[in-house]
Design a protein around this ligand. Structure first.
Ligand SMILES: [Zn+2]
Length: 410
């Protein structure tokens, strides 16, 4: 048995207006202490950056001690639970640490308009979760009381030990993200290996199956339309407020459709066998490179951002992350030439790829769906890596002549 963390998302029904108001107050207090301690540390940070001072003390422990003082002096804060507000400094401490290390910029202030209200119930704050029936559970938030948690399809990790709850308001309703520690059987290695090819519009597996992305074009168009409409409207006007609400609603819908699709698809794929092979694409780097930096602006920004949108649309990162924990073993292979190599004879040539969808080998005449062919190649590379035979023997071009015809890194 191994211990793992799993997060389950619920919709929160606060049961009364007073409880909902209190939740917003806690979130407001979190924002207040974030901004307070952010500002307090700004001068120290700048002095440290200019080499004029020692690195300031920004651990969660030291910030927490200062918070205790602040809370004692602030009347309105005493009516709110201590632990969740204090815990927002954990996030600030992490962000300050990243800034001091030079990995990221100084944390930004949190504003009422731009930051989604939310707070975290850490393990230390004695929250309780009680099951009512298959559909509903109750969550006890200190100084707020019992609120109802509900989730379509019930709670898959009911038997787990809840360690932390993140509460966030998405502009429409409160949501709770409960992290459960669960004990899981180690996944059986059945010896089967499946190759997974992720393309812009679909996922193909080496056994010939396809998983098409949900069609979100209509909703994306509507989202764009609202965005443009909002840009024309007068700031602060009621009409603009209405448009903003509608925009948020369609954005939420898009996110939830995509999220559900990722979960269902990865569950189905990982149910097929224990070992998955995926392309080692650095999705993050691909998306980061287009904009470039201020000193070195990226080239082909427009073309690339189109592609990036599409890449993001498929939510590859999420698919990968989900496969990683849902299947027993995930092997990442170098994707070079996988789309141009014949999965039957190993002949690699650009001409093999007739169209985006069709693969036809110019050497042996093998015809297949281009993505399925790629998935089979990915599977083979994974097998080679698994059995220690080096990588990509069959996919490296045999002579220079072929090499010259192949675009690099595709
Ligand atoms: Zn061939």
């Amino acid at each position: 048995m191994i211990k793992e963390m799993r997060t389950v998302e619920f919709v929160v029904l606060p049961a009364s207006k007073a409880k909902a108001r209190k939740m917003f107050q806690i979130a407001g207090a979190c924002r207040y202490v974030w901004n307070h301690f952010r500002e307090k540390n700004l001068a120290d940070y700048q002095a440290f950056k200019n080499g004029k001072a020692q690195r300031p003390q920004t651990s969660f422990f030291s910030l927490g001690a200062e918070f205790t003082k602040l809370r004692r002096e602030t009347d309105w804060m005493q009516e709110l639970p201590c632990a969740p507000v204090r815990y927002s400094l954990k996030y600030l401490s992490d962000a300050l640490g990243q800034a001091m290390a030079g990995n990221k910029g100084f944390p930004k202030p949190r504003s009422r308009a731009k930051t989604a209200p939310g707070f975290t119930l850490p393990d230390t704050c004695n929250f309780r979760i009680r099951k009512v029936n298959g559909k509903y559970s109750l969550l006890h938030i200190p100084l707020v009381g019992w609120v109802t948690l509900t989730r379509k399809g019930g709670n898959p990790h009911e038997a787990g030990d809840p360690k932390q709850v993140v509460l966030r308001h998405d502009g429409h309703r409160w949501r709770a993200f409960v992290s459960y520690e669960i004990e899981e059987e180690e996944k059986m290695d059945d010896g089967e290996v499946l190759g997974v090819d992720m393309n812009v519009r679909q996922i193909a597996t080496s056994d010939g199956d396809f998983y098409h992305l949900p069609d979100l074009e209509k909703k994306e168009k509507r989202r764009k339309w609202y965005q443009r409409k909002m840009a024309r409207q007068v700031k602060g006007s009621n009409r603009r407020g209405d448009t903003k609400k509608k925009l948020r609603k369609v954005s939420r819908k898009i996110t939830s459709i995509r999220k559900n699709w990722v979960h269902q698809t990865t569950k189905e794929i990982s149910g097929k066998c224990g070992t998955m092979v995926v392309e080692d694409l650095k999705v993050k780097n691909m998306t980061a490179s287009a904009k470039g930096t201020v000193e070195n602006p990226g080239r082909n920004v427009r073309q690339k951002s189109g592609l990036n949108r599409a890449v993001l649309d498929t939510a590859f990162g999420e698919v990968r992350r989900n496969l990683e924990y849902k299947c027993g073993r995930l092997i990442k292979v170098n994707p070079a030439y996988t789309s141009q190599t014949c999965s039957r004879c190993g002949h690699a040539e650009k001409e093999n790829r007739k169209t985006q969808a069709r693969f036809q080998c110019v050497s042996c005449g093998f015809v297949s769906n281009a993505d399925t062919n790629a998935a089979i190649n990915i599977r083979r590379l994974g097998m080679a890596q698994l059995h220690g035979e080096g990588t990509g023997i069959s996919t490296v071009p045999m002579n220079r002549e072929t090499d010259a015809r192949l675009p690099h890194g595709s």
